[in-house]
Design a protein around this ligand. Sequence first.
Ligand code: SAM
Ligand code: SF4
Ligand code: SF4
Length: 371
Amino acid sequence: MAETFKIIPLIPVTAKPAQAYNELDVPRDHGQFVADTLQRPMRDLRISVTDRCNLRCTYCMPREAFDENHSFLPRAELLSFEEIERLAKLFIRLGVQKIRLTGGEPLLRRGIERLVESLARLQTKAGQPVEVALTTNAVLLSKKALSLKDAGLSRITASLDGLSEETFRRMSDSNVPVKTVLDGIAAAQHAGLAPVKVNMVVKRGVNDHEIIPMAGHFRNSGIVLRFIEYMDVGCTNGWRMDDVVAAREILEQVASRYPLRQVDPNYMGEVAERWCYADGGGEIGVIASVTQAFCHECTRARLSTDGKLYTCLFGSSGADLRAPLRMGSNDRILTNLIAGHWGQRGDRYSQIRHAATEIPREKIEMSYIGG
Ligand code: SAM
Ligand code: SF4
Ligand code: SF4
């Protein structure tokens, strides 16, 4: 049956006393799917569970900006697991089917398995279990893979930008051995979190010489390697278009060594374009967020570490859900805040990037908003 999408009337999202929120005249029927101004439903929720990280990838948290003087959020500012679970239930009522825990580095958040367990118990509006996934740099994954699986995690994506120690060090600005990450990925596979995906951000002149070695390494392993175009998220990574290696170029490189064949998407709106090795050696993906924007089918909402709702990775401001939550607002009010914010969404940054980058603009950092 075709789903109906309904925009719930907008109500203000600025902080108010709880009583004011609860007295707002909002419709009782808040259990609807919502669509934004471009008719995009809300299907995925990315939750940043911490803004901290044990790596300093130059394209995400460059050490110059994220050094000992950087103010990470104090503990009291973070949403608690109970608060996350409560908000997640409301997002699900509005159509969310998949939740991804991210950050920062989500495995740094103590007791993350407890959160996974509570989210994995939730059901979509159609009565299906909500899919709970997690993106990690895999540094702590060897220790955590089994307990995450036991807690009900559906899928895991690990990030790895090169196989040689030198490349990995240059990209992650850390002394963590590559083997630690590879062991983490292997542990996830053994724990049954298959198919494990591995994200590789490609930066021209830094790690593009590792495209073929990475493809060779993960071929025939059951792991899906995904090449990601380097994006201009945040304001600290000094992004330049010249540093981007386009997905087409990446595919050409891989195909020159290992012939490829394109595969249909798994579902509508899948961000990675899927390709298979012609000899049956498995699958790879490319995420062309810069050169082939997919804003028209973007169904992702993001909840920042301190409980702000962002409707685009390149957003500059979010709707505060934590203040009304902590002031005792009821579910109806919170649901309408979320729906109202989504209902007025018109984001399509990647489609208008060139115009947008000419205008200086504050963009939120990925580690805080959730990558
Ligand atoms: N720390 C975890 C990790 O690295 O997997 C989760 C958070 S990280 C922000 C999520 C994903 O965003 C990673 O796969 C990372 O490579 C990717 N990412 C971060 N900055 C990026 C950028 N400027 N361009 C493209 N991808 C980026
Ligand atoms: Fe940390 Fe992930 Fe960002 Fe690298 S990409 S700095 S691992 S949050
Ligand atoms: Fe979605 Fe914003 Fe990325 Fe476009 S730029 S795909 S709207 S997150």
